[in-house]
Ligand binder design. Structure first.
Ligand SMILES: NC(=O)c1ccc[n+]([C@@H]2O[C@H](COP(=O)([O-])OP(=O)(O)OC[C@H]3O[C@@H](n4cnc5c(N)ncnc54)[C@H](OP(=O)(O)O)[C@@H]3O)[C@@H](O)[C@H]2O)c1
Length: 256
């Protein structure tokens, strides 16, 4: 029976790629993984300033975080991005696909107001982008020492939601994709998803105080989740602590 030394750093010697690391949750995952001993490549699409902030924070703690630009909707750029990583001998053991698209139109339009473009915009980032990055990472993991993939779904993708239909459907698709990839790349690569509920991050800024109070009451724990409460689940899934878990979606929603 394996015995865990809880004082040991869980990702010591691992190479971790975190997409969407200029975002609220992705940046916390990059930081936590680096604190746990991983060398981290953290990507941003448009928010270079936020990525630089993350790098600076990492540096102040003496952590190994590199930042790189990557738009996950651009197929050829993804190919070049991974080839560049190869040149740097950075073959990811872990990829966390936190890159996700959300905007007010998608969340606050009535169903009949949603255009095909609204559907495609979110699907291209959340599903196709996560797919393409996962495949490139998995190729390298299969050739080397295996690894793990973590996708970012949403509690809305599990339960359905009255708002944000393209987002909700894309997040549900990610759950199916996670299961399929787990079958395809097992046993060398584990593939899991995280489905956060109402977290104090990202799109929460679009809601007023009263709406936020209502969101808190949706959860059995009667509060929003913190970024760190999501990141620690990513850490669990990325580490050997979850070595017999694959194809699963872990809800981090305070019991909605
Ligand atoms: N916050 C929540 O309550 C919640 C709940 C359920 C699920 N989630 C999911 O959790 C993940 C992280 O959420 P968050 O709250 O941290 O969101 P966030 O702060 O809005 O960050 C989104 C990230 O995705 C990146 N991104 C967007 N379009 C991209 C593209 N085309 N290519 C590459 N990267 C792109 C953004 O990069 P730039 O800013 O650099 O463009 C940013 O880093 C998302 O997948 C989200 O859907 C969040």
């Amino acid at each position: 029976m394996a015995r865990w030394n809880i004082m040991a750093r869980l990702l010591k010697g691992k190479l971790a790629l975190v997409t969407g690391a200029s975002g609220d949750i992705g940046s916390d995952i990059a930081l936590l993984f680096a604190q746990e001993g991983a060398k981290v490549v953290a990507t941003y699409a448009k928010s270079e300033d936020r990525a630089k902030e993350l790098q600076k924070k990492g540096k102040s703690f003496g952590l190994d975080i590199w930042t790189k630009q990557l738009d996950v909707t651009q197929e050829e750029k993804i190919d070049l991005f991974f080839k560049d990583l190869d040149k740097d001998q950075f073959f990811p053991d872990i990829i966390v696909n936190t890159a996700g698209h959300s905007d007010r139109r998608i969340w606050f339009s009535k169903p009949e107001e949603l255009t095909n473009d609204d559907w495609v915009r979110v699907y291209n980032v959340d599903v196709v982008g996560s797919f393409r990055c996962s495949v490139e990472a998995a190729k390298r993991m299969m050739e080397r020492r295996g690894g793990c993939i973590i996708n970012f779904s949403s509690a809305a993708g599990v339960t359905g939601h009255t708002e944000g239909l393209p987002y909700t459907a894309a997040k549900a698709a990610l759950i199916a994709l996670t299961k399929s990839l787990a079958f395809i790349y097992g046993p060398k690569v584990r593939v899991n998803a995280i489905a956060p509920g109402n977290i104090d991050a990202g799109s929460i800024k679009w809601y007023n105080a009263e709406q936020v109070e209502t969101m808190k009451l949706e959860a059995s724990l009667r509060r929003l989740g913190t970024r760190r409460e999501v990141s620690t689940v990513a850490l669990f899934l990325a580490s050997d602590l979850s070595s017999y878990i694959t194809g699963q979606t872990i809800l981090v929603d305070g019991g909605i």
